[in-house]
Design a protein around this ligand. Structure first.
Ligand code: FAD
Ligand code: MLT
Ligand code: ZN
Length: 468
């Protein structure tokens, strides 16, 4: 249904004259809803929300934005955790929500083509209909979009086996900052014909183009799996358990969290199978194709217990039990959300993890004695999430200032260990001040040049990732 109310802002009047069928929202509740993501830190203040239904409408909106000098915030499910989809400065939010269809499947190429606004879970379901899987997966699957996943190079719980979103993108259709439609890579397996602009779009956070369609690789379903929950007595044991388990089993996931995470998820209804409290936990999913795998998991478990690295453990005996164990890990973000956490999402090489963990542990214990600090993450990928919870009686501004002070120290540790200030959530607004801990001045200058080439008037998500 197109808008049927008068557009008082002359820029919006011009837009609705150009595209009379375009759905535009300007109600206060819509501006608030579409202007924020999961960070909840910035006050939404977009000009309006556009909900295009076709590539042509997206192109026309981008041309209008160039003519009128209006910034555009590309918007998917707004489950982002770094402020990339926040519209707090009179931008037009361009939501891909209505462009959410499966466009085609090619059985020979094993490629699924979708519109960018489709939810990750809908892609999982579409792949399943063809007996295949799209293996990128994480807890926001029901509400995040493929366009957002591509724009952040989303990771999740199966990166250890399948890699990040980037690995699964075979082609993209993108509307650039001047409204041109770019068809990138077109599903080719091999293509050495110059710069791969498809990969430039991955993790570009809506600053180089608007992804309108994606052609995704699918793969065979994994073998049957089991899930185990391990309790660890010390932080030092973590990487040793990982090395041991990885050497004996085909791992599909290896995730870690501390007792404070378990405290919050169980308060939200997850069930703790252990009677005792342990300081650290691992959820691991591994292929179980019968006797040899069962023997291997037992041997790994016994070895870890003998070494004093593991104090207790359970293995799922059914899908329902596996889901219960996963809930302890996957429920963390939602259980922490009411505390408006300050999130660090850092990575180092796996080999650098033991030294980085030791340094970071000591640093944060000293700097955050007064806060509830929840550690968890995709430790098998070298990716650690540190969530600092705001005390109820502390003003948001003071809390953020304190966390930013400590993040500066953390970014120093990342620089020393060759890591990244954002492993999988993107830079957005949250991590913009720390980009230089991961990228050199020359790299940032090159990124600015690329932005200039694809978005000459700087209308796509300005102020995200780096300042103009
Ligand atoms: P949005 O939040 O809408 O946007 C994110 C960025 O992408 C913004 O910069 C936006 O401008 C840009 N963008 C969106 N759509 C487009 C498009 N079509 N074209 C160009 N740019 C676009 N992330 C992980 O990586 N791993 C996890 O394990 C994980 N777990 C999560 C669990 C929960 C409960 C929640 C709430 C979030 C989690 N996230 C995780 C973060 C988030 O879900 C991902 O970053 C996701 O990829 C964002 O998708 P989205 O559609 O919600 O994007
Ligand atoms: C996760 O691994 O659960 C996510 O990346 C979300 C988060 O960091 O909160
Ligand atoms: Zn994560």
């Amino acid at each position: 249904m197109p808008h049927d109310f008068p557009m008082t802002d002359p820029r919006l009047a011009a837009l609705s004259q150009t595209l009379p069928g375009l759905r535009l929202l300007t109600d206060a509740a819509d501006l608030e809803h579409y202007g924020r993501d999961w960070t909840r830190r910035w006050t939404p203040a977009p000009l309006a929300i556009a909900l295009p239904a076709s590539v042509e409408e997206v192109q026309a909106i981008v041309r209008w934005a160039n003519d009128e000098g209006v910034a555009i915030v590309p918007s998917g499910g707004r489950t982002g955790l770094s402020g990339g989809a926040v519209a707090a400065n009179g931008e037009l939010v361009l939501s891909l929500q209505r462009m959410n269809k499966v466009l085609g499947f090619d059985a020979v190429d094993r490629l699924l083509t979708v519109q960018a606004g489709i939810a990750l879970e809908a892609v999982h379901n579409a792949a399943k209909e063809h007996g295949l899987v799209y293996p990128v997966d994480f807890a926001a699957r029901g509400s995040c979009s493929i366009g957002g996943n591509i724009a952040t190079n989303a990771g999740g719980i199966r990166v250890i086996r399948y890699g990040n979103t980037r690995e699964w993108v075979a082609g993209l259709k993108v509307v650039s900052g001047n409204g041109e439609l770019l068809e990138l890579n077109r599903g080719l397996v091999k293509n050495s014909s110059g710069y791969d602009l498809r990969h430039l779009m991955v993790a570009s956070e809506g600053t180089l183009g608007i992804v309108v369609e994606a052609t995704l690789k699918l793969t065979d379903p994994p073998p049957p799996t089991n899930v185990m929950l391990l309790a660890l007595p010390s932080f030092d044991a973590l990487m040793q358990v990982f090395a041991e388990v990885r050497s004996r089993l085909r791992l599909e996931a290896f995730e870690f969290f501390i007792d404070r995470a378990l405290h919050h998820t169980t308060a939200h209804g997850a069930q703790n199978p252990f009677d005792e409290i342990h300081p650290y936990y691992v959820v691991a999913e591994f292929a179980n194709q019968g006797e040899p795998d069962e023997a291997a998991v037992l041997a790994a478990f016994e070895h870890c217990v003998e070494q004093g690295w593991v104090s207790d453990g359970v293995i799922s005996q059914s899908e329902a039990q596996a889901a219960q164990l996963w809930r302890l890990r996957e429920g963390i973000t939602e259980s922490l959300a009411p505390h408006v956490p300050y999130k660090n999402d850092v990575s180092v090489r796996i080999s650098a993890m033991p030294a980085f963990l030791a340094e970071t542990h000591a640093l944060l214990a000293g700097e955050y004695p007064q806060f509830d600090v929840v550690w968890f993450g995709h430790i098998g990928d070298g990716n650690l999430h540190i969530n600092v919870l705001k005390p109820a009686d502390m003003a948001q501004q003071d809390f953020v200032r304190e966390c930013e002070r400590v993040t500066k120290l953390l970014s120093g540790a990342l620089l020393r260990h060759g890591g990244s200030i954002s492993a999988e959530h993107g830079i957005g607004l949250v991590k913009k001040p720390y980009l230089s801990s991961t990228r050199s001045d020359a790299e940032i200058a090159a990124m600015r040049g690329i932005k200039q080439a694809l978005d000459p008037n700087g209308i796509l998500n300005p102020g995200k990732l780096f300042d103009p």
